[in-house]
Write a protein of this length. Structure first.
Length: 153
């Protein structure tokens, strides 16, 4: 069974709580190997959250790039459609109006796509920030609990 950082911190807390107290002092004895093992497992888990944040950043860049490419494709398509209409029609003014409308629609669609991509990326960053803050708070609480336990012995 894979343990979470919280589980490992609980193991660390339990290790401190069950440690034997040295007579006539506030100090305790802890199995060094067991303590280092827990710390190493916690360290091994933390980079995954950092990798996740990096991956989300790359996804944001890809979404923005795709939105930009889609905008350009829509604009090119609109321009191509405009040229075709001018060639096929003798009513040039009507073709100009249609060109303008198509380009405005394309630009509006591209703006909407970009805005949605930015909102998506912002939400992802907020979620990752929340996860990282929770992990940091948990680590701080674990550290404080250990310090309190040490100071209370």
């Amino acid at each position: 069974m894979n343990k979470s950082i919280i589980d490992e911190l609980e193991d660390l807390k339990e290790l401190v709580e069950k440690a034997k107290k040295l007579p006539f002092s506030k100090y305790i004895t802890i199995d060094k190997e067991e303590l280092l093992g827990i710390i190493l497992r916690i360290e091994a888990m933390l980079p995954e959250e950092v990798k996740t944040a990096s991956s989300i950043s790359k996804q944001k860049e890809m979404i923005l790039k795709d939105a930009y490419e889609e905008k350009n494709r829509i604009i090119k398509e609109a321009e191509s459609e405009f040229k075709k209409m001018v060639e096929e029609s003798k009513i040039v003014e009507e073709a100009r109006k249609e060109r303008k409308r198509i380009i405005e629609e394309a630009e509006e669609e591209a703006r909407k796509i970009k805005e949605e991509a930015l909102v998506f990326a912002k939400d992802l960053f907020a979620k990752i920030e929340s996860v990282l803050n929770k992990a940091q708070n948990t680590l701080q609480e674990g550290k404080e609990a250990i310090e309190n336990e040490i100071n209370n012995k």
